[in-house]
Design a protein around this ligand. Structure first.
Ligand code: GUN
Length: 288
């Protein structure tokens, strides 16, 4: 029987821990507070940011979505972030991506200060992932962190495994390659210019797809040993406007040992990781 790697039972367990941590922080005078900067009306971003706010409030944290006009002037945008960076009541801040075209030239990872960068995009946070140092006090990107949590909580061994990651983005593929490496896996990071991707994925124990191409990964990527683990990061919409992953779940679910569903797999794990990072940012204040 294929193991379905659902986030639900893990979410239940971690939510309990986060509620308790949040209560402890509040008893010690710290009310965890996240600000989410949302520019424009990207439909996916509207849904994601609303889910982030809902989950923060569920665990007892505060969360405000700062909804900004698509055309906001650069100087105004930077001023708002600067004010949040200096606001002692705020513990975490994320800038929801993608940004509109006129803001794309910005080095977005450097806008929110390291201490509040609960997205894990700041160079100093990325360096802690690269060097595998200070991971407890720094912030790991939410989707990669959520994938590792999902696998570990599902008792899927990572050490000594061969991993193929499809997609080399700054927020998923690259940091995830580092995290798997830190956990003693051997990683092949594949992308659009990789030759013979299927030969690589067939040789691996764990396959992660994070490219945003609906149903890219089908039976041609899978070995016939029925022992692979497939993780689907994709959140795509198909021709009927329905949410679907990068993986053709129906085609491969009986050919693998474990697989994440979409929705209900990596998506909720990303939000849990964000909440964990927010509480870590809040705890870091206790020791100041
Ligand atoms: N857009 C898609 N995923 C993410 C994420 O993890 N963080 C932010 N800030 N924007 C995103």
């Amino acid at each position: 029987m294929t193991q379905i790697l659902s986030a639900a039972p893990i979410k239940k367990k971690i939510t309990k821990e986060l509620k308790s941590d949040c209560k402890f922080l509040k008893e010690n005078g710290i009310h965890p507070y996240l600000k989410v900067i949302l520019v424009g009306n990207n439909p996916a971003s509207l849904v994601y940011t609303a889910s982030k706010k809902k989950y923060c409030e569920r665990i007892g944290a505060k969360c405000d979505i700062i909804a900004l006009d698509e055309q906001i002037e650069l100087i105004k945008f930077l001023t708002i972030i600067d004010e949040i960076n200096h606001d002692n009541d705020v513990h975490g801040c994320i800038i929801q991506l993608p940004l509109p075209k006129h803001l794309l030239h910005l080095d977005v990872g450097k806008l929110v200060i390291q201490e509040k960068d609960v997205d894990g995009f700041h160079p100093e946070n990325l360096y802690s992932v690269l060097s595998n140092q200070n991971i407890e006090t720094h912030f790991v990107s939410c989707t990669p962190k959520g994938i590792i949590t999902l696998l570990r909580e599902s008792q899927i061994e990572i050490a000594n495994k061969r991993v193929a990651i499809i997609g080399r983005s700054m927020i998923v593929g690259k940091p995830l390659a580092c995290l798997f490496t830190n956990h003693n896996a051997t990683v092949t990071l594949c992308h659009s210019k990789t030759q013979n991707i299927r030969e690589i994925t067939k040789e691996c124990d764990i396959i992660v797809s994070a490219v945003g191409i609906a149903h890219l990964v089908d039976e041609t990527f899978i070995s016939n040993k029925k022992n692979q683990v497939v993780v689907d990061v994709g959140m795509n919409t198909n021709a009927n406007g329905e949410l679907c992953g990068d993986v053709n779940f129906e085609k491969i679910k009986d050919l693998v040992s474990a697989i994440t569903p979409v929705p209900g797999g990596v998506g909720p794990m990303t939000i849990i990781s964000l909440a964990q990072n927010l509480l870590q940012a809040s705890k870091n204040r206790l020791s100041l």
